[in-house]
Design a binder for this molecule. Structure first.
Ligand code: SAH
Length: 223
């Protein structure tokens, strides 16, 4: 882990290390096995990625509101997506839907080169500030993530953290050879976390990982 935590980020009471360790044990009990992922979740202070009034709930395994009708994903979902992403040992990754910045921070804590795109300017500004305060290097862009980040493509892995009825072709096209794309796909009430991998011949292998609930992938950008 390359993070250098300042003392005030280590938390106390309901955000203490003991409370974080309990979340990690819960994730382990619910099938998360990759120690690198569990360690990143233990290290990244999730309570700093939500509003202060919600900080005491930050180590519950639940999604929480972050304003603008959006949510910070449930820790189990972050862990499962990250675990699936690490299977192909990526270096350069793209996240669509920065939101609070928490998933990006978990990826950065794993030593990955992280690129993330968010359509809501205000959320992105807050996320950037948090990541900077934690000393984490993450490249961010205010844009409609459905077009990906063509200037920086290809990516070894792409993580979409908002749900769409179908996989977005522009994102598939920005995968490096052998790359992995992980995204919630399906109607709002029946989404599945899907992983696709590009085969040597350019075709795709698709696998369903888990049922999930994500906020929708929307078009356009807002301030
Ligand atoms: N990964 C986030 C979860 C955020 S929820 C976290 O760790 O906190 C999903 C986010 O996707 C929201 O912030 C939403 O504004 C954003 N989003 C939805 N559609 C988008 C799009 N087309 N491009 C970029 N971001 C999008």
């Amino acid at each position: 882990m390359r993070m250098n935590m300042k003392p005030e980020t280590t938390g106390s009471g309901l955000t203490s290390q003991r409370v974080r360790d309990r979340l990690v044990e819960r994730l382990r009990a619910n099938g998360i096995v990759d120690e690198r992922v569990l360690n990143a979740i233990r290290t990244v202070p999730r309570h700093l990625f939500v509003d202060e009034v919600l900080a005491s709930r930050a180590y519950e395994d639940t999604a929480l509101p972050i304003g603008h009708g959006q949510t910070i994903s449930q820790p189990w979902v972050v862990a499962r997506m990250t675990e699936a992403l690490l299977e192909t040992s990526p270096k350069k990754v793209l996240e669509i839907g920065t939101g609070s910045g928490y998933q990006a921070a978990v990826l950065a804590a794993l030593g990955l080169e992280v690129h993330t795109v968010e359509r809501i300017g205000e959320l992105l500004r807050v996320a950037r500030k948090r990541l900077r305060q934690l000393g984490m290097t993450v490249r961010t862009k205010h844009d409609d993530g459905r077009i990906g980040w063509p200037e920086n493509a290809p990516f070894d892995a792409i993580l979409v953290t908002a749900g769409a009825p179908a996989l977005v072709d522009a994102l598939k096209a920005q995968l490096a050879s052998g790359g992995t794309l992980i995204a919630p796909v399906g109607p709002a009430n029946a989404q599945a976390l899907v992983r696709i991998r590009q085969r040597e011949d350019g075709s795709f292998d698709e696998q369903v990982l888990a049922p999930v609930v994500f906020v929708p992938l929307l078009s356009g950008i807002v301030d």
